[in-house]
Design a binder for this molecule. Structure first.
Ligand SMILES: *Cc1c(COP(=O)(O)O)cnc(C)c1O
Length: 394
């Protein structure tokens, strides 16, 4: 019999290092304020950027979707599980993203597994920013391609890696970057990356999970933010963050999407989004297309909060988005800070290794359009209190 005590011991070691993940259960729906363990706390760690998780229009759309289409798709999409609703969502998304076509899958995680393995094999090279998301790394692991990692946002190093791949005789070169880096909130230098990938005839793929609904006009994402429509070959997005639902998608040329429908394993071997999710996603895309009000509120909230924290003397890293890391570096300090915040009515998780590198622990504050100015002021006052108490600020 396997001795499961070894697993217990491993978790005890994690706890000693301040790295054991504490999973809190929400006793109320996702929103600006939550009930957790009988306590009312300000929510500062969800990806519910636009407050759409509990949006009335989306909820109504989901209920209508269930009434009309039921609760499950009944099969994988390639056999008998493609509902008109799925096609409608893909068409709406393509229009929103200004691309020829999209493929919707169960999650952003699955979207990376859907697109990376089909387009490269052992004759090819994948080039990846060292801080790319775990789902990209796992997508890469599913291939036999040669791998090259470039230093975070360092386009000169990207070029050096492209040259290496060429020297190694790679047939195709697939360059992959996060659009927004989820733990630091900084942006990929996409215009410069486009320049390099063009120079070396590489394929460029951007995973814009934290950019969808956040960056660009109406939240169209990082490609729109930089005005690079037509210059990025593959976009991966999620419906699980700003869109407030769950799901992921690949956006690009029609021929790519048609090909993925033949080859992508999460599409071929796992059932699709349910009618409720799909209908809610259509409503979310329509809502964003028709108004950019929520996106604007999100940005003004995040600018305000960051300014206040910086004025207090906190180190908020290099964020260029509503993701606001409060850098504490030490995992134990970060865990203690998060615990004190919770006691004071603020839910903001401490993030440590392996989600971020060792010695780079932080509280990651996620700003939402659902926060009021009063909520943000409350949070700032608590950060000040605890920052002074723990000697982080003077
Ligand atoms: C969150 C995230 C994902 C996963 O998205 P899900 O829809 O939650 O599976 C993928 N890529 C990046 C860069 C992310 O930040």
């Amino acid at each position: 019999m396997f001795d499961f005590d070894v697993l217990k011991k491993e978790m005890e070691e994690l706890e000693e290092k301040g790295l054991l993940v504490k999973i809190r259960t929400l006793e109320s729906p996702q929103g600006a304020w939550l009930n957790i363990e009988g306590k009312k706390v300000l929510n500062m760690c969800s990806n519910n950027y636009l407050g759409l998780c509990f949006d009335e229009e989306l909820k109504e759309a989901a209920i209508d979707g269930i009434r009309k289409w039921g609760v499950g798709p009944g099969a994988v999409r390639s056999i008998a599980g493609t509902l008109e609703l799925h096609n409608e969502l893909e068409t709406e998304l393509a229009r929103f993203k200004k691309v020829e076509s999209t493929l919707v899958v169960q999650s952003g995680f699955n979207a990376n597994q859907s697109v990376i393995p089909p387009i490269v094999s052992e004759e090819d090279a994948i080039l990846s920013d060292e801080l790319n998301h775990a789902s990209i790394i796992d997508g890469v692991r599913l291939t036999k391609a040669m791998r090259y990692v470039w230093k975070h946002k360092d386009v000169d190093d990207l070029e050096a890696q492209l040259q290496k791949a060429e020297t190694d005789g790679a047939r195709r070169k697939l360059v992959i970057t996060d659009g927004v880096f989820s733990m630091d909130g900084d942006l990929a230098p996409l215009p410069q990356i486009v320049e390099k990938t063009n120079k070396y005839g590489a394929i460029l793929m951007v995973d814009d999970a934290h950019g969808e609904g956040v960056l660009g006009s109406h939240g169209r994402g990082i490609v729109d933010h930089y005005g690079l429509h037509g210059s990025v070959d593959i976009e991966v997005g999620t419906l699980s963050k700003a869109f407030g639902i769950v799901g992921g998608f690949v956006a690009g040329k029609r021929v790519l999407i048609d090909y993925l429908k033949q080859k992508a394993r999460p599409f071929l071997f796992s059932s699709s989004l349910s009618p409720a999710e799909t209908a809610a996603a259509i409503a979310a895309v329509r809502k964003l297309s028709s108004s950019d009000e929520l996106v604007k509120t999100l940005w003004s909230n995040s600018d305000y909060f960051k300014e206040q924290l910086k004025a207090l003397g906190f180190d908020t890293g290099h964020s260029e988005t509503p993701i606001t890391p409060v850098m504490l570096y030490d995992a134990k300090l970060s865990a203690a800070f998060s615990k004190r915040l919770f006691e004071e009515g603020i839910f903001a998780s401490s993030i440590g290794f392996p989600t971020v590198p060792k010695g780079k622990a932080r509280i990651r504050v996620m700003i939402s359009a659902s926060h009021s100015r009063k909520d943000l002021d409350f949070a700032v006052s608590k950060f000040e209190l605890i920052g002074k108490e723990l000697g982080v600020i003077k």
